[in-house]
Design a protein. Structure first.
Length: 446
């Protein structure tokens, strides 16, 4: 057996071992991830100390961003829940769309909000609405939640200005405006299939526990003197607006402009969420006359349930890093040129293989673009913009236990690992396959 084949086999065994340890042996996901990550690294030929270092680096790099985002976003969600802002937005959406179509409304809201923000940011911003709507309508959390994550995931993987999509645009020499236009044409039907349509089918087949600590914290309350719909919506959209301004500054202002630097600072996800949280203390707390002590208590109370989530997400990032540093990513890159596929399918396949192996959509998209771009430049005839979309679709397929997003969804929704595989993993795979299919259809038209 060649070295590359051995590495790929070890990666497959590691993923299966994780699923068995968590789902069958009932080992805590954090412990299972640490155990399998170190065993995988050493089995792949890494020195024990190097395997530990790779795992530590992966945990640190993952939590360096996500921990702050989850903490700030959860606090903002708690303010929306306690003030009644989440309830106000939810009741307005229900009134506008009706209970039977509210899951379609959530997908559209997620698609719009997700354009300028990272997946994790959009998720923690909007999850209070999902909890609130589920409580008020009696709908399954799955039926409302899957459209949310589908809308966010599609724009995260396919549409600029998200970093991986922008890097692919640069690598393929694609036009940003056309990429966004084609991305909307491909992304909307893709999100519809993986979101409301799939969720309506799978939700009756998934039974969630009756008690969800985060749903209790963020699910909204029936209160008098709720904030108005306008101020409630504006508060939750502040991070979106600030990030849009930062993206616009890249196009409209010179690189050395002090205004551009300022907009980049306040438009970074962490600062934007912090400013929105501080604003919510006034905009949402004012209607309820919350004291400083009450606001502090809300912030403390909501952080408890996130501790396990962050540990598991960090361990998933550590597993990801061990897979990358052990050479699994390089093995896939070496395998790609021998596949002899059309450029769109080749870009999708390489990204999909990298996604399955490493768990990171960003790593998958950037690596695939780097591999396919030289081939595309020497093989005219394929739209560069469609190559971006095909690569993005491949980078979203088959999210599983080595993806931090998998654990984020699992813990917030209170699902087991098998339930998360049946819902989130299948939804992501639908996005990947449908995204490629709609991209190929669009290629015939253009």
């Amino acid at each position: 057996m060649t070295t590359d084949a051995r590495l790929l086999s070890l990666a497959l065994v590691a993923v299966v071992a994780l699923i068995v340890l968590i789902a069958r042996a009932k080992l805590h996901p954090f412990i299972a991830l640490v155990l399998v990550s170190l065993t995988m690294g050493i089995s792949a030929g890494m020195a024990p100390a190097a395997a530990v270092k790779a795992f530590q680096d992966g945990v640190g790099s993952t939590l360096g961003f996500i921990a702050v985002v989850v903490a700030l976003g959860t606090m903002l969600g708690k303010m929306m829940a306690e003030s009644g802002a989440a309830t106000r937005i939810a009741t307005t959406l229900i009134a506008l769309f009706g209970e039977r179509r509210v899951h379609w409304a959530i997908m559209i809201v997620a698609f719009i909000v997700g354009i300028p923000v990272f997946f994790q940011v959009g998720f923690v911003l909007l999850i209070p609405l999902v909890f609130t709507i589920a409580r008020r309508t009696g709908m399954s959390l799955i039926k409302i939640g899957i459209p949310l994550v589908a809308g966010l995931s599609v724009v995260h993987g396919m549409l600029p200005p998200h970093p991986a999509a922008m890097l692919a645009v640069t690598a393929y020499n694609a036009d940003v405006g056309l990429t966004i236009l084609y991305g909307l044409l491909v992304g909307l039907p893709t999100a519809a299939l993986a979101g409301p349509i799939f969720a309506s089918w799978i939700s009756p087949r998934i039974v969630l526990p009756t008690e969800n600590p985060l749903a209790r914290q963020l699910g909204g309350v029936s209160v008098e003197n709720m904030p108005g719909f306008g101020i409630s919506l504006f508060t939750v959209l502040i991070p979106v607006i600030l990030m849009l301004l930062a993206s616009a500054a890249d196009v409209a202002l010179e690189a050395e402009s002090s205004l551009r630097l300022t907009l980049h600072f306040i438009g970074s996800p962490i600062v934007a969420l912090l400013l929105a949280l501080l604003f919510s203390f006034w905009s949402l707390g004012r209607a309820r006359h919350f004291s400083r002590e009450e606001v502090m208590k809300f912030c403390n109370d909501c952080l408890g349930p996130t501790a396990t989530i962050l540990l598991v997400i960090g361990a998933g990032g550590g597993f990801n890093q061990v897979l990358v540093q052990s050479g699994v990513g390089r093995a896939i890159a070496d395998l790609a040129p021998s596949l002899h596929l059309s450029l769109l399918v080749l870009a999708w396949t390489v990204a999909a293989l990298m996604r399955i192996a490493t768990g990171s959509a960003t790593v998958a998209m950037t690596t695939a673009a780097g591999i396919v771009a030289p081939i595309a430049l020497s093989t005219p005839g394929t739209s560069a913009e469609l190559l971006v979309l095909a690569t993005g679709a491949g980078s979203l397929v088959l999210s599983h236990v080595n993806d931090s997003g998998f654990w984020l969804i699992k813990e917030f929704f209170g699902m087991t690992v098998p339930q998360t595989l049946k819902t989130w993993t299948v939804a992501e795979t639908i996005i990947g396959v449908a995204g490629l299919g709609f991209t190929i259809l669009l290629s015939f038209a253009i």
